[in-house]
Design a protein around this ligand. Sequence first.
Ligand code: COA
Length: 240
Amino acid sequence: MIGGACVTCRTISDTSHTASPSFFLRIEVSVTFAHELNRDLETEIMKLLELNMRPLYDQSAQGWNRREKLKEMREAPSRFLLARASVRTRAEDALSEGANVSAAGKGELVGYTMFRLDFEECDEDDPLRLIDEQDIELAYCYELQVAPPYRGKGVGQFLLGCLEDIAKASRMKKVMLTAFLHNRSALEFYRAQGYTPDLISPQETDGDGHTIADYQILSKALVQPARECIQRARPHVQSQ
Ligand SMILES: CC(C)(COP(=O)(O)OP(=O)(O)OC[C@H]1O[C@@H](n2cnc3c(N)ncnc32)[C@H](O)[C@@H]1OP(=O)(O)O)[C@@H](O)C(=O)NCCC(=O)NCCS
């Protein structure tokens, strides 16, 4: 993975309201590492994060902590997929068909995801866990943010797909993320992308109905459980 390189591009047309799209949204996704963040980029990312998430954090038990978010962004393992766009009319798009898209970093930031390739604890019943394994290799998605005007156009799905491709290429076993329970639309989005509550996700309430956690840990497997493969090949092997 090369920092700053354009990993992929996609053109999205505004077909939601009309059969003849009024614009094409060309998004270009590039990879940026924490050490490549400069003040302008940090400000741009933080502005979108704060706009999208501050109201949700304000409703949560942990509250909004800008300094903590900045620290997380700047830590060495953090990687970013930045989606930049140029919105063009159909005529403009036809004229420039085949031309190169703008260089990374030039268009408006329409969305991004911040992730890390990491180890995370796994439940002893996790089907992806190998015998005696305490932790599992995964891509942790810390943030997935799409600017309000660009939502519902496939940008979030595209970014998450890019992250999953990178995770698979890096031989991670799953993608994991955390979402607030009161962020209903994000939970619906992740469900539509194949994410389900992970076995390590905390219980929402205790026996008396008191809230324990106001968030859920979701995950999506990227590989087949090795145990299933072994058992298929050697049906006599006992599962551990
Ligand atoms: C959640 C978020 C990242 C989704 O990105 P998006 O670009 O709006 O979503 P997409 O257009 O890529 O959606 C892809 C698919 O997910 C599903 N989906 C998206 N939002 C949904 C919702 N609110 N309810 C149900 N399904 C939804 C749909 O199936 C959609 O496919 P369709 O267009 O064919 O119907 C974006 O809305 C966002 O930034 N929200 C605010 C920040 C946030 O909550 N981030 C997540 C923090 S955990």
